[in-house]
Design a protein around this ligand. Structure first.
Ligand SMILES: [Zn+2]
Length: 85
């Protein structure tokens, strides 16, 4: 009876270790990675509205993906003005 219990616990621990190893290998590194200067805009980054020149937080802005680039706008009005130009 106890042998079975020990076997079950052993398998469970092995499973946990394997899962941990898979997660560590799968994500490349444990924990969040800080990506600097890769060209991608993070959601907490300040971006310039090309229409009025206002700096807006990418997360709160209205963005448009066009011609392979992403543009950020402070308001829907700026977005419309940009698209009509
Ligand atoms: Zn604007």
């Amino acid at each position: 009876m106890y042998r079975l219990l020990i076997t079950v616990i052993g398998i469970y621990l092995l499973y946990r270790v394997l899962r941990w190893a898979m997660t560590a290998l799968g994500s490349g590194a444990a924990g969040p990675t800080i990506d600097r200067g890769s060209g991608s805009t993070s959601i907490n980054e300040m971006v310039k509205d090309p229409v009025c020149g206002t700096y807006v937080l990418a997360r709160d802005s209205i963005h448009v993906r066009t011609r392979g680039q992403t543009y950020y706008f402070c308001s829907d009005e700026c977005r419309k003005r940009f698209l009509s130009s």
